[in-house]
Design a binder for this molecule. Sequence first.
Ligand SMILES: Cc1cc2nc3c(=O)[nH]c(=O)nc-3n(C[C@H](O)[C@H](O)[C@H](O)COP(=O)(O)OP(=O)(O)OC[C@H]3O[C@@H](n4cnc5c(N)ncnc54)[C@H](O)[C@@H]3O)c2cc1C
Length: 320
Amino acid sequence: MGQVFAYLVHRDGVLDDAAMELINAAKAISGDAATAIVTGSGIDAVATAAAAIFPNVIKVDNAALAYPNAEVVRKALANVIPAGSIVLFAHNTFSMDCAPGLSIKLGASFVSDIVGIDGVEGSALKVIRQEFGGEVSTHVNVDIAGGAVVAVRPGTFTADESKSAGGTVTDKSADAGDLSANRKFIEIVEPEAGDVDITKADVLISIGRGIEDEENIELAMNLKEAMGNAAEVSCSRPIVDAKWLEPARQVGTSGCTVKPKVYMACGISGSFQHLGGIKGGLIIAINKNPNAPIFQAASVGIVANIIEFLPALTEKIEEM
Ligand SMILES: Cc1cc2nc3c(=O)[nH]c(=O)nc-3n(C[C@H](O)[C@H](O)[C@H](O)COP(=O)(O)OP(=O)(O)OC[C@H]3O[C@@H](n4cnc5c(N)ncnc54)[C@H](O)[C@@H]3O)c2cc1C
């Protein structure tokens, strides 16, 4: 088996939380930590932060890598990663853009959005994916004889937050090769800021399509009132698309990232785009479908109709 690498995403000098999870994904493959790779421009601080988590870090520093342009990052990675390696990404919109083409450049296998690793058997890396909106788990043998590019769903592995690796940073900027690009970075569009800041709430009552009707939003608002200032109402994307709640309340990869103490997912199926926005806290899932994928991410699962459950819980809290 080739060497294992983990590509780390960062923004404004801060590593993505998934970096801490990729180290445990690497250990599930080889028993050892991966070699981390960070790309960008002026990234000494980020490389040092990565070296607190990973024993070996490769940095590729070049002005052409200042923005997350997958075309350029792919070229740089293909030049610094040896053929036959296993390259881990966190599964997100950037990896969807960058990783498949990298596997072609490296002549490696590719598998995306994996939710489990069952180890290596011969030349097969055994991984688990989800199909049909998460209702079916598929066990996949990935041929790693020529290496593999693997995108791991955020939240699949626990984060290693010990930050005591004392790792070594190796500068491979000179090996990045030609980083000219056909795509041009234009701008980063930040999500609209609203009056509500769901990122500060201790408790999020988050509603999804299971709320069924706009007038039922009131059920979540009533529960929030009963809970007091610590709670806020958030939602999945279909609720924003339907204009039932404002975009500032959306949790997920194209919405807000939240880390409340308690996240109540009410009538939310648990897509990776939604779960990608939940970075901590106790997840309590309430869903009428006992096979809903959200139950795999939740610490507490309640099979119930939220239209009945939310008012009943509100009443109990008011009594208390
Ligand atoms: C590029 C891209 C970005 C995206 N970004 C985001 C994002 O940031 N955030 C996000 O949330 N989504 C995002 N999505 C959409 C995402 O893929 C899912 O479609 C979405 O998260 C599903 O929302 P949901 O769980 O509310 O709805 P559904 O998947 O329809 O699930 C509804 C759930 O409610 C349950 N239910 C139905 N009725 C009841 C009831 N009465 N009581 C209890 N349970 C009930 C059902 O069993 C089901 O599990 C994105 C998609 C794309 C392509």
